[in-house]
Design a protein around this ligand. Structure first.
Ligand code: ZN
Length: 249
């Protein structure tokens, strides 16, 4: 089974289309989407349309999907994120607002070995920033390989016995980072963010998993950041959201 794993698209159609050009429909069997389709970016409707056209096999919501559809208040958001959520709520078409509001909470199983969550398996809104967080999240995972998002930083945590080790793609480095899945180990893997990477590498980030080859690849794709920035500026969203795309923060 070949999986395509997409996370944290954040209303950035330029980044999403660059990834989909690199990963066309015949290159994978199952599509997994880990939430935060919208928020921050200037093209939320385009992203929701594109993702629903692809009929993902598993799709879950992120925290921005909840706030931008009024399911949750913006209390925990900073000023810029709250402003973007408000703009997104006003901009989404009624149909797309309904689609995003209807996304289920994670975690969800994708097959007997793979599950997905937005933050962690035990809480969709918790962040995994380090080995301690990863170890708690791995304890609550029900599958050998768990894909998560939320931090916008691509990384692979591997539980070998009782020890957690980390593999981080080098920012600005190779387009592909390989993680080999070994039978007796457990994995917590973030494909990185498509629409707003935060590891200082501005390239869009996603992952693939070939369960027959037992191989995960975290991949980076350059895209027209200038266009995505222009759409943000022209729509009246905060300028800082355009700026950060250029530096990957
Ligand atoms: Zn996000």
């Amino acid at each position: 089974m070949r999986f395509l794993i997409l996370s944290d698209i954040h209303g950035n159609i330029d980044a999403l289309d660059a990834v989909l050009a690199r990963a066309p429909r015949d290159s994978y069997d199952r599509l997994l989407v880990l939430g935060d389709l919208v928020g921050y970016g200037g093209t939320p409707n385009e992203v929701v349309d594109r993702i629903f056209e692809l009929s993902p096999d598993v799709i879950i919501r992120g925290n921005h999907d909840k706030v931008a559809t009024g399911i949750e208040s913006a209390d925990k958001f900073n000023r810029v994120a709250a402003e973007a959520a408000r703009w997104t709520q006003d901009t989404l078409s009624p149909e797309n607002r309904k689609r995003v509001a209807g996304l289920p909470a994670g975690p969800k199983n994708a097959d007997k070995d793979v599950e997905v969550c937005h933050g962690t398996p035990f809480d969709e809104d918790s962040y995994v920033f380090d080995e301690d967080d990863a170890s708690r999240a791995l304890e609550s995972a029900s599958r050998q390989v768990c894909f998560f998002g939320h931090t916008h930083v691509p990384v692979a945590y591997v539980l070998k016995g009782s020890e957690v080790t980390v593999t981080r793609p080098q920012p600005g480095g190779a387009e592909t980072t390989v993680v080999n899945i070994i039978k007796k180990d457990r994995y917590l893997i973030n494909p990185g963010s498509i629409g707003q990477p935060r590891d200082t590498d501005p390239r869009a980030s996603y992952a693939t998993y070939d369960s027959k080859k037992r191989r995960v690849e975290i991949r980076r794709v350059p895209y027209r950041i200038d266009l995505a920035q222009q759409r943000i500026t022209e729509s009246g969203l905060p300028e800082s959201l355009a700026f950060r795309l250029g530096i990957g923060r």
